[in-house]
Design a protein. Structure first.
Lengths: 255, 459
């Protein structure tokens, strides 16, 4: 054993990871791998997976699992200047098995939001963990860009609520509570393999439970490897402004 | 019909056959979400006791969705072989279970029996079966089907090659296709889930598959799993498709959510028999999965296993070549963890085989479930032990388009070796002709090298 490090198994992208010895046509094989991120050219041990590709897969799944199953740390909302709140899910297990409860605020949060959030605001931004706690890493980048964009339209944001164990439908519960005009929920997406940090912005004009899902507008795939959060913030701000002007959202809003 | 029992000093009463069926189900998060699950483990067992004592006729006469209201119920009821049914109408569900497991009952008897059972009866027997019961029972129910080749024959184990790509890029799809074929995957079907449901894209991919399989003389079937209406239009315009695919549900309302009716499927079947590129007679491919009805609020108050059984009863009408449950795709609110997924996979496979359809399984999980690749490997072993016709094969088990994980290309040959099985005979011969396996069925240096489909080149 030496002091040198074992190389990171995830350092080589799946497009470039190649393990086939004595390939019939290695340059052609490597070239064809550039058309897909599917794990091909991985070779085998007998009929089973090669150790390195198997460990790479496990590392990527670990990223996804940690994103879903890690709780947002206590004090997250307060430390980031958000108004703390929670859905009716008592813990992660309830959250994963009862999407209906993840769409409703618990009584304590309702009372707090009712007392502290700005009523009838033009735009209310909400932050939620959703299916990826890791996606909250985008918040410090997207939020300033979003605020800046809105300020450009003369729109100021009031206090920002944070909802733990949050499903997208929470917008429909919160909106009527504070008579919100446009609600924008920044929430973690269900992770893919190796993409644990992806966030979505769901937006709706005067959301409530009677609205169909098609009333929501979504910008998804917000993360460093997708739509960069700063860029997404500006884009989301422009969409929110249009919703406010046209009093519409979702499929009704021509993009 | 008795709807009450006493268990361990406590009396349990149930309001209907539907309630007994739901509460007798093994634990599933989806049944809890629907509010139909047993409230305690003891109540679950009490429901099983009541169910075991019910007659086959009780379940037939109390479908979970009324005949008048639901096309799926009508298809299932109208297709019952009344002669077979009359023989068994008075059996209890306990007797039915024991008949299936008895030593004197083999493939012939089970296949005959299946013709006299409605989906509710099949679901009832399933709820009394342990996991090993389900494996043994299914193993007896050998079901073959023929499109270009024959799937399901004893001694064979097949796979669907699923070369999905996030943008349907034909070069990217082809790369995954070549890799899978180099691993001996794709004898059941080469089947792509498209991102783009447009006619032009679907037709382009069908042509690509057909050209490739013709060039390399690969004995299999091809399919692009777009909506049934898109595939029909593509076939009418001359696109070469061997099969027509559609997702189906266990209630009319569920099928409406998929935008289909029985008449539409019958029309599709007739079309592909006439204008498709395959021999037939089995030319339909269906996918199902416990919980899909609840997700479209079309479960009609029934449990998810019973609704799944009804999918198979409906599917049987169209003599499918392939049906697979996509067990674990829908998420933890329906099947919470690996234990529930394993159970559901074995249940679905057994129910499909007892119904008499060519049954496979997409053993899979999403990233928000308490499951991982080890669990899916376990399930795949249990499924092959149960005589499952086919499973999926995707690159390293990672579907880069649907964002879930299932059985990978490497599983196909691992499972064949483990159980002494071969691919579908014509495909097995093709693997030999291509030099992927030698005369002793040993893997060669070419096995797993997708570049054998490229021109030879120097380093």
């Amino acid at each position: 054993m030496s002091l040198e490090q074992v190389p990171d198994v995830t350092a080589v992208s799946t497009k470039d990871e190649f393990h086939v010895p004595n390939a019939h046509n290695e340059p052609g094989y490597r070239a064809m791998k550039q058309y897909t991120v599917a794990r091909i050219g991985v070779w085998r041990a007998g009929p089973r997976y090669n150790t390195w590709s198997q460990l790479h897969f496990r590392a990527d799944h670990a990223t996804a699992q940690d994103a879903v199953f890690t709780d947002v740390p206590d004090g997250y909302a307060e430390e980031n200047g958000f108004m703390p709140g929670q859905s009716q899910c008592a813990n992660k297990e309830v959250y994963l098995t009862r999407p209906d409860l993840g769409r409703k605020l618990d009584e304590e949060s309702k009372a707090r939001f009712d007392a502290t959030l700005t009523k009838s605001a033009p735009v209310t931004v909400v932050v939620g963990d959703g299916l990826s706690t890791s996606a909250l890493v985008n918040i410090p980048k997207i939020l300033p860009a979003l605020k800046l964009g809105l300020a450009g339209y003369g729109i100021e944001l009031g206090p920002i609520p944070f909802v733990k164990y949050c499903r997208v439908g929470i917008m429909d519960d919160l909106g009527p509570l504070i008579d919100a005009n446009v609600v924008c929920l920044l929430v973690g997406e269900r992770p893919g393999l190796a993409t644990g940090e992806s966030m979505s912005a769901y937006m709706a004009y005067r959301p409530n439970r009677e609205r169909p899902e098609s009333w929501r507008t979504v910008v998804s795939n917000i993360h460093a490897g997708g739509t960069p959060p700063v860029e997404a913030g500006a884009h989301v701000a422009s969409l929110l402004k249009r919703m406010l002007d046209e009093q519409l959202s979702g499929v009704e809003l021509s993009l | 019909m008795k709807l009450k029992t006493t268990l361990l000093g406590k009396t349990y009463g149930f309001g209907s056959v539907k309630e007994v069926l739901a509460k007798a189900n093994e634990p599933k998060s989806g049944d809890e979400l629907a509010g139909v699950a047993a409230a305690s483990v003891q109540e679950r067992v009490a429901a099983k006791v009541v169910l075991a004592n019910m007659a086959v006729g009780d379940l037939r006469n109390n479908p979970v969705v009324p005949y008048e209201d639901d096309e799926v119920t009508r298809v299932i009821q109208d297709d019952v072989d009344e002669e077979v049914y009359r023989e068994i109408a008075n059996w209890t569900i306990a007797e039915l279970r024991e008949y299936i497991l008895s030593e004197d009952v083999g493939t012939q008897e089970i296949r005959t029996l299946g013709r006299g059972l409605t989906s509710e009866v099949i679901a009832g027997a399933t709820k009394l079966m342990s996991n090993l019961d389900l494996i043994l029972g299914a193993k007896k129910a050998v079901v073959t089907a023929h499109c270009n080749t024959t799937v399901g024959a004893e001694g064979t184990f097949a796979t669907r090659l699923q070369p999905n790509h996030p943008t349907d890029d034909p070069d990217g799809v082809k790369a995954a296709l070549m890799e899978g074929l180099a691993y001996g995957v794709g004898d059941a079907v080469i089947g792509l889930n498209p991102v783009d449901d447009s006619l032009a894209s679907v037709a382009r991919l069908l042509h690509m598959f057909a050209d490739f399989t013709e060039q390399w003389k690969i004995p299999t079937q091809n399919c692009v799993l777009a909506h049934v209406t898109t595939q029909m239009e593509a076939i009418k315009q001359g696109a070469p498709s061997d099969l027509i695919f559609q997702s189906i549900a266990g209630s009319q309302k569920g099928n409406e959510a998929f935008g289909i009716t029985g008449a539409m499927l019958a029309e599709a079947q007739a079309l592909v028999l006439e204008m498709g590129t395959s021999e037939g007679p089995n030319v339909m491919y269906f996918e199902t999965g416990q919980g899909s009805e609840l997700s479209s609020d079309a479960h009609c108050g029934a449990d998810q296993l019973t609704m799944e059984a009804r999918c198979y009863g409906f599917a049987k009408r169209f003599s499918p070549f392939l049906v697979n449950t996509v067990v674990g795709f829908i998420g933890p609110e329906y099947l919470y963890d690996s234990k529930q997924v394993t159970r559901a996979g074995l249940e679905d496979h057994f129910m499909g085989k007892l119904t008499g359809i060519s049954m496979g399984c997409d053993a899979c999980y999403t990233n928000h479930m308490k499951a991982d690749q080890n669990d899916i490997e376990n399930l795949s072993v249990l499924l092959v032990a149960a005589g499952c016709n086919y499973v999926m094969g995707i690159p390293h088990g990672d579907d880069i388009m649907l964002m879930y994980q299932c059985t990978g290309y490497h599983e196909a040959e691992s499972l064949r070796q483990l159980f002494g099985k071969t691919a579908i005979p014509e495909f097995e011969q093709w693997m030999k002709d291509m030099g992927l396996i030698d005369g002793q069925r040993k893997l060669t240096e070419r096995f797993g090298d997708a570049s054998i489909f490229l021109e030879r080149s120097g380093k």
